[in-house]
Design a protein around this ligand. Structure first.
Ligand code: SF4
Length: 453
């Protein structure tokens, strides 16, 4: 597997794409800022949201059982999956029991996490993602590059070409309205033929056994209403005590994600339709273990709004696919090493640690501190590259010795001023590849301070 930096270098080769990717996401971040500034109590809402999540995570077993009991009373089948394998098997079994062949699915990062599409397709089922962005990347056999805007890495011209190949739209027509209508027509038929509709879950209310799904396209509702069997898939951390708590999160989710006051559809599902079936699958897949990790348990508070990605300078300029993990960006970089520290050892280092992610997070996860903590954990386990370990040791030694620090400071100031350019801006200086170092001062701060006082 290629590292984040190698993938990012590849992404940056297309300068034009890197620039508009950066600008588009920054535009979304600015929309988020305006939306949050319109709510004077935004900061207290964040605090409240964080406290609600703390409370639920501390009483998770209680709320899970309460949810199960109430959902059962509503006529819902509740399933429990320990891991991705169990989860995939449960969905397949529901399909077999209902003699189902065609499945429509609205956006769910959990199904991405568990590799559900591939598993069902290998077992002879058709799975169609109905969120427009998800359908686009499904056609391209790609993973989402963003958790809210899955096809944000693509230009409308590329989508025009893709739809021409897959949906036989007119060649070179990349008008968004035209392409959206083509997708609508194509998906309408899939909805009508579906035997099962699968959705993700944004929130689940324990006191009534209700599932809440937020979409902008209404595709979750279309699927659930048209198909006889509906399945809602949720990580066990999605629970809230009830609708009072939900109100806090509904005010925050869309504002943080896209700068909208609310998603176009905020659908509540509680009971199966007449003659229909409603299933809820509660998935653990490592969440219980994370809950026991004092340092990292706060990552379970995440409501998958994507705000930390939109603001992150590294994400914006390296693209979601550079991360090689189902959830990219700052939150992905603290989730991924928890699943496999060795495999994802580079991700916590793919950050400037500027703290912007923590500032925008609606549930106040201290993302940059956790990134920093992962760096320490990974370094302690000695799984970083030998070169990095050696260099860090050397830098640590120099920084710990006053005389060495002073000497190398002087040496660097002299060298940067008088050494030939080739000696400084060469292949070994990766920082110098894309930027000029700042002008070198004549003296260090220490020398300046001593002189002045
Ligand atoms: S970590 Fe916070 S900002 Fe990032 S996706 Fe999760 S809730 Fe949103």
């Amino acid at each position: 597997m290629k590292s984040h930096s190698v993938n990012a270098t590849q992404f940056l080769k297309n300068e034009d794409r890197a620039n508009w990717h950066d600008q588009t996401l920054w535009y979304v971040r600015q929309k988020r800022d305006s939306a949050t500034q319109s709510i004077p109590e935004w900061e207290s809402l964040r605090e409240r949201a964080s406290q609600i999540k703390d409370h639920v995570l501390s009483n998770l077993a209680y709320y899970l059982l309460q949810f199960e009991k109430n959902a059962f009373v509503n006529g819902v089948f509740v399933h429990w999956a320990k891991n991705a394998t169990e989860f995939n098997k449960i969905i397949l079994q529901i399909a077999i029991d209902n003699n189902a062949k065609n499945i429509v699915k609205s956006k769910s990062m959990l199904t991405e996490e568990c590799g559900l599409n591939n598993f069902l397709e290998e077992n002879g089922l058709e799975v169609v993602d109905t969120d427009l962005g998800e359908r686009i990347i499904q056609f391209r056999k790609e993973a989402p590059s963003h958790i809210v805007l899955p096809a944000i890495h693509l230009k409308k011209e590329e989508i025009g070409q893709l739809f021409h190949e897959k949906l036989h739209t007119a060649k070179n027509n990349s008008d968004p309205e035209y392409l959206t209508n083509a997708a609508r027509k194509h998906l309408r038929q899939k909805f009508l033929n579906a035997d099962i509709a699968i959705t993700g879950v944004n929130f689940a209310l324990a006191d009534t056994g209700t599932i809440v799904v937020c979409t902008n396209e209404g595709n979750a509702d279309m699927g659930v209403h048209a198909a006889p069997v509906q399945i809602h898939c949720m990580g066990i951390e999605k629970l809230l005590p009830g609708s009072d708590e939900l109100a806090v999160f509904i005010r925050m989710l869309a504002r943080s994600a896209t700068g909208q006051p609310i998603t176009t559809y905020t659908s509540h599902y509680r009971k199966p339709k007449p003659n229909g079936q409603m299933h809820v699958v509660l998935v653990d897949n490592g969440r219980s273990e994370r809950l026991q990790q004092e340092t990292y348990k706060d990552t379970l508070k995440c409501i998958r709004c994507g705000a930390c990605m939109n603001t992150c300078p590294v994400y914006r300029r390296s693209g979601g696919h550079s991360y090689n993990y189902v959830i990219p960006g700052p939150i992905g970089s603290i989730l991924a090493p928890g699943t496999n520290m060795k495999k994802y050892q580079d991700l916590p280092f793919a950050s400037s640690l500027c703290g912007s992610c923590s500032d925008v997070c609606p549930v106040k996860i201290d993302i940059h501190q956790l990134l920093y903590q992962w760096r320490q954990d990974i370094s302690e386990k000695k799984i970083t590259s030998p070169m990095k370990r050696y260099l860090m040791k050397m830098v640590g030694f120099i920084l710990a010795q006053n005389y060495l620090y002073n000497f190398f400071g002087k040496f660097a100031r002299f060298g940067l001023k008088y050494f030939p350019r080739l000696l400084i801006y060469n292949k070994l200086n990766v920082w110098g590849k894309e930027r000029e170092l700042p002008a070198v001062p004549d003296s260090s701060f220490k020398e300046w301070y001593i002189k002045k006082h």
